[in-house]
Design a binder for this molecule. Structure first.
Ligand SMILES: *Cc1c(COP(=O)(O)O)cnc(C)c1O
Length: 483
């Protein structure tokens, strides 16, 4: 060791890693207990963005070289607590501690996964996880797929595959000439629209089918919107079903979309980023009825399956399709370079370097079996029902729609206020809640009306927690003005 490699030795010192690691696990275990038990007051320790930046600026200048444990402690104190029973915000589930440990192993090994040698274990594990999902979705032995970084990227990947399989000419080689289009519910996640624009289909490439009062695609309108797009010179190649929609958690009728796609020879893609996980719940998988007929399905592990972000499965009914997505070869050559290379993942995913995304889910499956997910899904679906029931029996509160899963939209509507005032009131309630920080919920705009929105993703949320939230929503102006 010389003076100019001292830090390198320090950074890689096994004994110091052992000691810091033990301290960190103690810190996290105490935090886990304090968080899941609700003993921590705040679900969201709120700071204005500028104040947050000042805090970390000061930390950075004052604490150079100080204990990393104190740093991690500060990060815990200043981060939103997904594992807190009063966290009911955006769709992400608390990470099961074992899956978080798998993340640590993943980061520690830093295997690249692009080519087989760079991720021998991770590649096989990913294949196994993809298989487990495919089976639950009801796909046959030809199914296959990949894991990728989030539902947004997975949806884009699936739609690139659809284009490669369905478009009359090879856009990948020749550029995008034809005016292609897909049909999707007006309630779909914005990433579908973004994918269409990335592919160069323009605004006319996304044909939005109206949704019904439950925010489900009006599938009886599919033929009409298909004909209309065709008359306007568009070649419709795919329909995207939402399972479920993001705002209200509404499940499109997948079986009806499948029938339409079969009749017209269209690619059927299911965006199951949130609700696809229900394939692991025998009690609730009926919401996905028809998903097994899809050509491709996306499912996030981080939203409903207790897995640290990001971990997303993209499943193809015919696994060989995955090889055409990024194939540099002309289509006629494609058939020759198919499934023999399942183990070189970069051929089929956007990412070049990516971590062992499958390990987190695999560790949970191998340790607890699918029953852990089944129990968790049962619990959070039940919480959705309970939440809705409590809203229904509270005067001045109303539901946007009968919830179909663990996403519930509701609002306060006192007598005598007009629509604008009701919107402003609910905006103010949501802002006051954020600044108060004991609860975290979000809001959504449904056909011009502002609703408060919760995703019940914490299995430790209790009836008392829900009642406490509704109490704050109904609190007098004092709470709203002085959080
Ligand atoms: C959350 C969500 C997405 C985006 O997934 P990410 O993993 O956040 O990229 C896409 N579609 C739907 C329906 C979603 O709920």
């Amino acid at each position: 060791m010389t003076h100019n490699d001292k830090l390198i030795h320090e950074a890689f010192d096994a004994e110091s890693f052992r000691q810091t690691g033990h301290e960190l696990i103690d810190l996290l275990a105490d935090f886990l207990h304090a968080s899941t038990s609700g003993a921590l007051e705040q679900a969201l320790p709120w700071l204005e963005p500028e104040a947050s930046f000042r805090f970390w600026e000061e930390d950075f200048s004052r604490e150079q070289g100080a204990s990393p444990i104190a740093l991690f402690e500060k990060v815990l104190q200043h981060s939103i607590r997904i594992s807190h029973p009063r966290y009911m915000g955006h769709q992400i589930s608390p990470a099961a501690p074992l899956a978080a440990l798998a993340s640590l192993v993943d980061g520690f090994l830093n295997n690249g996964m692009g080519v087989y040698e760079m991720g021998a274990a991770g590649t096989a594990i990913e294949r196994k996880v993809v298989q487990a999902v495919a089976e639950k979705m009801g796909f046959g032995p030809d199914a296959g797929g990949v894991m990728t970084s989030g539902g947004t990227l997975a949806n884009l990947t699936a739609l690139l595959t659809a284009r490669s399989a369905m478009a009359p000419s090879a856009a990948w080689q020749e550029g995008q000439h034809e005016k292609l289009a897909l049909l999707v519910s007006e309630e779909a996640h914005y990433c579908v629209s973004r994918a269409v624009r990335i592919m160069g289909w323009g605004e006319g490439g996304i044909v939005k089918v109206p949704a019904d009062d439950s925010y489900r695609m009006r599938t009886e309108l599919l033929p009409e919107y298909y004909e209309k797009a065709s008359r306007e010179g568009r070649i419709v190649i795919a329909v995207v079903g939402s399972a479920c929609t993001t705002s209200t958690g509404s499940f499109d009728n997948l079986a009806a979309i499948a029938g339409f796609c079969r009749a017209r020879g269209l690619w059927f893609h299911v965006d199951g980023a949130h609700g696809g996980a229900l394939a692991f719940s025998p009690q609730h998988s009926h919401l996905l009825s028809g998903v097994g007929q899809a050509d491709s399905v996306v499912m996030d592990f981080h939203k409903m399956l207790l897995t640290p972000a990001v971990a997303t499965a993209l499943i193809y009914r015919n696994g060989n399709h995955a090889f055409r997505t990024f194939s540099q070869q002309a289509q006629y050559l494609w058939a020759k370079e198919t499934d023999e290379e399942w183990y070189n993942l970069a051929k089929r995913t956007f990412e070049c370097t990516k971590l062992m995304m499958g390990l987190k889910a695999y560790a949970l499956l191998r340790t607890y079996g699918p029953e852990l997910w089944e129990q968790y899904l049962g619990k959070v679906m039940e919480l959705g029902r309970e939440f809705a029931a409590l809203v229904r029996e509270t005067p001045e509160l109303e539901l946007a729609v009968e919830p179909q899963c663990n996403i519930v939209c509701f609002r306060r509507r006192p007598h005598g206020l007009d629509d604008k005032e009701v919107n402003a009131l609910n905006e103010a309630i949501r802002q006051a809640l954020v600044e108060d920080g004991r609860y975290y919920i979000v809001k959504t705009n449904l056909r011009g009306r502002v609703f408060l929105r919760v995703t019940l993703s914490n299995p430790f949320t209790s009836r008392q927690d829900i009642k406490g939230l509704l109490g704050l929503v109904l609190a007098d102006r004092k709470f709203l003005q002085t959080p």
